[in-house]
Design a protein around this ligand. Structure first.
Ligand code: SIN
Length: 177
């Protein structure tokens, strides 16, 4: 029989700021990954790391056969989505995803905030040196775009995750004064 006292909860996979900026309550946190997706700095940010006139660059996902995107999965009460949907409102939509939990190897069904190509803030691909200059020059209400990238790179290193796109971009931005 269903336990009517248990909160309705959902797994949410974080691959960007949701890894390191945890401003929401959660029931469980697990290092995790999703298959078939790559993290890319292809989404514009008008509201956190840039402005509508001068958007920053933040991460979204792009499908890639054989790829693995490492991050963190949180099991959250469904009421938490009011906050998360607001935080991720600039072009992201909740999309269903299968998540592999690193510790147990179990697969759970959950959601991920995905900014699809064609959303109004989408910037798309650019050469890494151009993206680095763009990130080094951008800032918004949540802080500098450089900090977003630095914190993400540090958090991924802390998880033992591999992501040459993020690490190379971070090296390029660090080299810009
Ligand atoms: C995420 O962290 O999972 C979504 C993108 C972001 O907020 O940086």
């Amino acid at each position: 029989m269903k336990d009517c006292t248990a909160p309705e909860a959902t797994w949410v996979f974080g691959y960007g700021s949701l890894i390191y900026k945890v401003d929401f309550p959660f029931l469980q946190r697990e290092v995790a990954s999703i298959d078939g997706w790559q993290r890319r700095f292809w989404q514009g940010s008008h509201d956190h790391r840039g402005t509508p006139d001068s958007p920053g660059r933040v991460v979204t996902l792009t499908p890639a056969r054989g790829a693995l995107c490492q991050g963190v999965a949180y099991r959250v009460e469904n009421s938490v989505f009011a906050h998360l949907d607001h935080r991720e409102k600039n072009g992201y939509q909740r999309a269903p995803v299968s998540i592999t939990l690193a510790a147990s190897g179990a697969t759970v069904e959950g959601v991920v905030y995905y900014a699809a190509p064609g959303n109004p803030a989408f910037l798309g691909e650019a050469p890494l040196p151009d993206m680095a200059r763009h990130i080094a020059a951008s800032a918004g209400p949540s802080g500098s775009n450089r900090d977003y990238l630095n914190q993400l790179a540090r958090a991924l290193q802390g998880l033992g995750a591999r992501d040459e796109h993020v690490f190379e971009l971070n090296r390029l931005v660090d080299a810009i004064e």
